[in-house]
Design a protein around this ligand. Structure first.
Ligand SMILES: Nc1ncnc2c1ncn2[C@@H]1O[C@H](COP(=O)(O)OP(=O)(O)OP(=O)(O)O)[C@@H](O)[C@H]1O
Ligand SMILES: [Mg+2]
Length: 341
């Protein structure tokens, strides 16, 4: 953009995640990191967005709906999705600036209709130019991978709603697989386990806190005692329970097996000459779910490949959008709606 315009226009990079939305502004760095949650009244007017909306979850009457519009990696609720994108872009903008380019990370499995909805909401929020990038591509760029070279890299992005597995080579995604099993399902697995084995009912927010604080899939991290408060299914009264954190290994086993299975099944679709590259470079784990203790070692053990957790697992998609904006002409080939092969 010409320098005279730079004063008036700011470019934004957005990771529109199912659990969290992160926005980078060209002139101010990372400006927003909020849960992807919106609260609307009965006329679909905005009541709250982000953390404020998440704090209302499960606590509102009929007049206010608290929605996670992207919960399963798709835009389940278009009105809420558009309102949320608009509200976040407004919150991230400074009034004296207009919005120039916006690069938005979206799931690989996004449909044309969903793409249009995302593009339109950013346009309504004032963006002059909207570009979409597949989340694993952005995550790879944000994890310092040279996505344009002729060497395949495998990225596994474990977010809230989806796990995206992609093999990237020469600026494109060669094969990918998206499963709707990720952090949210881990929360549900912990809730199910406590209910089935201990007749204890806890809410999703509590379950997520326990998972983040004590979660592990390796005996190496055993030893901590977890104090859990919930409702006793039998008595119907509040109850406290102390369990060794190893209960989380059992609770999360099925989810982790599914993720490992999807990684393994990618190799069936992969051209043989790219397999060597992956053996050489290993697997990059990213997304909040990649922070689960012991997950990298477990995946490495099961696949016999090197596994690294991205140094900025939470921010890698947003960081990728930032780097695309900063090297736009060089990297625009990787964008979804801007193929120049
Ligand atoms: N230390 C941790 N251990 C395990 N899980 C974690 C940890 N920290 C965060 N998470 C989980 O990471 C998930 C959110 O990750 P992230 O922000 O990458 O998702 P997202 O980008 O919004 O979702 P998606 O990529 O599916 O669209 C949540 O389920 C959260 O509970
Ligand atoms: Mg993500």
């Amino acid at each position: 953009m010409l320098s005279i315009f730079r004063y008036f226009f700011t470019d934004l990079g957005i990771d529109l995640g199912t659990a969290n939305t992160i926005i980078f502004a060209e002139d101010r760095g990372f400006v927003l990191n909020q849960p992807s949650v919106i609260a609307l009244d009965q006329s679909n007017r905005l009541v709250a967005c982000g953390t404020d909306a998440k704090n209302m979850m499960g606590k509102t009457g009929n007049s206010i709906q608290v929605i996670r519009p992207l919960a399963d990696g798709v835009i389940a609720n278009f009105v809420a999705g558009e309102e949320m994108v608009k509200a976040f872009i407004r919150n991230a903008s400074v009034s004296r600036f207009k919005i120039g380019k916006v690069v938005i990370g979206v799931p690989t499995g996004i449909t044309e209709v969903e793409k249009q909805a995302v593009i339109e909401s950013a346009e309504i929020a004032g963006a002059r130019e909207v570009h979409l990038i597949a989340e694993p591509m952005a995550a790879a760029i944000g994890s310092n991978i040279n996505v344009l070279d002729n060497k395949a890299h495998m990225v596994v992005d474990i977010g809230g709603g989806t796990t995206d597995i992609a093999v990237i080579n020469l600026g494109g995604i060669v094969v990918d697989n998206t499963i709707r099993i990720a952090g949210d399902e881990m929360n549900e697995a912990v809730m199910r386990h406590l209910k089935q084995h201990y007749h204890l009912v806890i809410g999703e927010a509590t379950s997520e806190k326990i998972k983040i604080r004590y979660g592990t899939v390796s005996k190496q991290y055993n030893g901590k005692s977890v104090d859990i408060r919930g409702m006793d299914l039998v008595s119907g009264l509040p109850r406290r329970l102390a369990l060794p954190n190893s209960f989380l290994i059992d609770a999360l086993q099925g989810i982790v097996d599914t993720i490992v299975h999807s990684i393994v099944s990618i190799f069936e679709k992969l051209p043989l000459n790219l397999v060597d590259d992956i053996v050489d470079s290993g697997i990059i784990l990213t997304g909040g779910g990649a922070l689960l203790k012991g997950l990298d070692e477990l995946i490495s053990e099961k696949t016999r490949l090197k596994v690294h957790v991205s140094s900025n697992a939470f921010y890698s998609v947003a960081e990728g959008t930032r780097r695309v904006l900063e090297n736009f002409n060089h990297l625009r080939i990787v964008l979804m709606n801007d193929k120049r092969h």
